[in-house]
Design a binder for this molecule. Structure first.
Ligand SMILES: [Zn+2]
Length: 104
């Protein structure tokens, strides 16, 4: 598969499937102290302030069945890391410290 074919394949995936695939690909690389993670960002309409949340994958065994874009609709906060987290599920593991995070 060429790089262009890989890019085209990745571009067609849902957000959740893309994140799942990339996090699995990054697992070995992220076994040290430094981690490469994914984040979602947008600017608030009224204030223009940037909002940034790390994208978390659900706990293992959670079925990732969404085929839609923009499917990271659940938001939460990792108290240990003091960072915003977003995921497709009501629960996820913080991508930094692996703590459980409840999302709404
Ligand atoms: Zn954390």
């Amino acid at each position: 598969m060429t790089e262009i074919e890989i890019e085209r394949y990745l571009a067609k995936l849902s957000d959740s499937k893309l994140v799942e695939l990339l996090y699995r690909s990054l697992a070995e690389r992220n076994s040290g102290c430094d981690k490469l993670l994914l984040a979602e960002t947008y600017k608030a309409e009224n204030s223009g302030a940037a909002h940034v949340a790390l994208v978390a994958i659900p706990p293992s065994g959670f079925p990732i069945t969404s085929n839609e874009r923009d499917d990271f609709l659940e938001n939460g906060y990792c108290r240990k890391c003091e960072i915003e987290v977003t995921a497709i599920a009501k629960e996820a593991n913080c991508p930094v410290c692996n703590s459980f995070v409840g999302l709404t």
